[in-house]
Design a protein around this ligand. Structure first.
Ligand SMILES: NC(=O)c1ccc[n+]([C@@H]2O[C@H](COP(=O)([O-])OP(=O)(O)OC[C@H]3O[C@@H](n4cnc5c(N)ncnc54)[C@H](O)[C@@H]3O)[C@@H](O)[C@H]2O)c1
Length: 251
């Protein structure tokens, strides 16, 4: 039995890394997926040949993006069960020298766009939940929602923002049978970390920090998203699911 049979999902940041793996896994589990990423990303080619995945090139921070994206899902598939806000960026600069542009872009993509996407999707999710009994919001945060590292002021602020936003959505939307949860990935080998982990010493340090002694793969986080998207997660809401291989167990 496919775990997302008949569901309709939106996945953002779906051209690479966690988003690409999630779009693929959701489709394998029976969902039809609107896979969103920036123009200029690999979004138009990476899912080629997969009939259940419809690519859409949009920057989630554009003013019209939420209406366009949710509208396209409804137009193509007729409803929306799962909104997975996963697109994200990271700016690395010490606070003392971080520019306004670095700060704003990180907050705009990682938390403001997530809020605007959720706000736009709520009526469609409510309608779907009233008919089928459930709907889902899943947001990608990070272990940096509660931990930190040098240079990550904007990134950490944005991911803590995702956590706070998602807690509040969970509270407000529970009565409509909409769950809202966020995932806190640890160190995952994706486009975002490719430059760092290309350095074997850096990759080895991060792998060694984790209890499971390895870096995460996109599929590790896609499986966490699948769990939260599935019907089995009906009573889980407002939860931050840490999927880090034990990276953050120790102080
Ligand atoms: N890789 C890690 O170690 C790690 C750890 C914790 C959290 N995360 C989070 O996981 C999420 C996915 O990142 P990833 O690691 O798969 O990196 P990635 O770079 O491989 O994928 C991120 C995708 O988001 C897209 N994106 C960025 N800005 C966008 C925008 N404005 N509009 C549309 N799409 C946009 C990118 O084009 C890219 O395809 C992010 O939210 C990231 O912060 C990653």
């Amino acid at each position: 039995m496919q775990r997302l049979a008949g569901k309709i999902a939106i996945v953002t940041g779906a051209a690479s890394g966690i988003g690409a793996a999630s779009a693929q896994l959701f489709a394998e589990e029976g969902a039809r997926v609107l896979a969103v990423d920036r123009a200029g990303s690999a979004i138009d080619s990476v899912h080629a040949g997969r009939e259940a995945i419809v690519p859409l090139a949009r920057d989630v921070t554009d003013a019209e993006a939420p209406a366009d994206i949710i509208g396209t899902a409804i137009q193509r598939f007729g409803a929306l069960d799962i909104l997975f806000n996963n697109a994200g960026v990271s700016a690395n600069a010490l606070a003392e020298v971080m520019t306004d542009a670095q700060w704003s872009r990180t907050l705009d993509v990682n938390v403001t766009a997530v809020f605007r996407m959720c706000r736009q999707a709520i009526p469609a999710l409510r309608e779907r939940a009233s008919k089928v009994g459930r709907a889902r919001i899943i947001n990608t945060a990070s272990v940096m929602a509660f931990d930190t590292d040098y240079g990550l002021a904007a990134y950490c602020a944005s991911k803590a923002g995702v956590a706070g936003l998602t807690h509040t959505l969970a509270l407000e939307l529970g009565k409509f049978n909409i769950t809202a949860n966020y995932i806190c990935p640890g160190a995952i080998q994706t486009g975002m970390t490719a430059a760092s982990f290309a350095n074997a010493d850096i990759a080895a340090i991060w792998a060694k920090k984790a209890a499971l002694r390895r870096l995460g793969k996109p599929i590790d986080i896609a499986r966490a998203a699948l769990l939260l998207a599935s019907d089995e997660a009906d009573f889980i809401t407002g939860h931050g699911l840490v999927a880090d291989g034990g990276l953050t167990l120790r102080t």
